[in-house]
Design a protein around this ligand. Structure first.
Ligand code: ADP
Ligand code: MG
Length: 327
């Protein structure tokens, strides 16, 4: 159990949702405006992500997979070796070492698409011609098939899909301009259309957070110096119904931040004598030099250099929204 716990804490490729997150981030990095995600059996059988991004040139395909040629992650030692190299820059190689991964891609200046996959102990990469529009498809079959310890940690299909859905929601809330679909076992579960302009943002907000959040949402838009906060907080009635809905982005990265939670809660308490943490979707923009971000893929932590200032700024923003709304 100790080894199992350590592996569980490793969080490199913790579960299907972490694969989905890495792959969507790659698609976004490639400038995709449309991302289609297909999942079978909670991601244990299949994760397929297709984008219309810039694609990968034929001569770089093998490199994208083989950068870190681990054959298997079957012991803690192997796992730690991978982690110590930093998971960043190693996502495809890591995922490929614990699944059957196929990469198919075409750039705009290639007339042909190419497909790459790695196999065997040495993760030898094979590249061959394929059919694909400009963009990339990553197909991950049989995740953890060669790492029984990891596979045992996968929960039910429904639970794993729930985690995937949550990853997709978070990203969809950060990128209103990107069209995203998510299907499970052949059935379309989510379909987020791209918002052409900010007037369409509430449509996606409603699609992700539900009509109830939308109905109770108070818009936030507040600036001071080089701090800006935008988004929505739910009024107390909405918040009581949606207790788990706290989405916070710092410079468009999803964060879980105690300081921000505290500032918002304090504002509700002082204004409304309401003691619970409200539901919210908020975007804080701040000079990147004023924050340290823990880039560990699973942590989402941030430290503000001027914590007091940021706290008071958010507090003020929420207080003023509550006063304006007359709640
Ligand atoms: P990182 O994203 O940190 O560079 P990854 O292992 O996630 O490392 O990806 C390796 C490389 O493969 C990326 O740097 C990028 O060049 C390429 N790549 C991966 N996915 C895509 C994609 N969907 N579209 C275009 N290029 C991609
Ligand atoms: Mg990546």
């Amino acid at each position: 159990p100790q080894l199992a716990n350590q592996i569980a804490a490793g969080e490199v490729v913790e579960r299907p949702a972490s694969v989905v997150k890495e792959l969507i981030e790659n698609s976004l990095d490639a400038g995709a405006t449309r991302i289609d995600i297909e999942i079978d059996r909670g991601g244990a059988r299949l994760i397929r992500i297709r984008d219309n991004g810039s694609g990968i040139p034929q001569k770089e395909l093998a490199l994208a997979l083989a950068r870190h040629a681990t054959s298997k992650i079957s012991s803690l030692d192997d796992l730690e070796a991978i982690m110590s190299l930093g998971f960043r820059g190693e996502a495809l190689a890591s995922i490929s070492s614990v699944s059957r991964l196929t990469l198919t891609s075409r750039t705009a200046d290639q007339s042909e698409a190419w497909q790459a996959y790695a196999e065997g102990r040495d993760m030898e990469v094979t590249v061959k011609p394929a059919a694909h529009p400009v963009g990339t498809t990553l197909e991950v079959l049989d995740l953890f098939y060669n790492t029984p310890a990891r596979r045992k940690f996968m929960r039910t299909e429904k639970t794993e899909f729930g985690h995937i859905d949550e990853v997709v929601r978070r990203i969809a809330l950060a990128r209103f301009d990107v069209a995203i679909t998510l299907s499970h076992n052949g059935k379309i579960m989510r379909q987020y259309r791209a918002a052409k302009d900010p007037s369409q943002h509430e449509r996606r907000l409603g699609a992700i957070c539900g009509p109830q959040f939308l109905q109770h949402a108070l818009a936030v838009s507040w600036s001071h110096g080089d701090l800006t906060i935008r988004g929505w907080v739910a009024d107390p009635a909405g918040s009581r119904a949606l207790t788990e809905m706290q989405y916070c982005y710092v410079n468009n990265r999803m964060m879980k931040d105690r300081l921000i939670n505290h500032a918002i809660r304090q504002a509700y308490q002082d204004q409304l004598k309401d003691d619970q943490l409200p539901a919210y979707v908020l975007y804080l923009d701040i000079d990147p030099h004023q924050v340290d971000v823990n880039v560990h893929p699973a942590k989402h932590e941030v430290r503000f250099h001027q914590a007091r200032l940021v706290h008071d700024f958010i507090y003020q923003a929420v207080v003023s929204v509550l006063q304006e709304a007359g709640t």
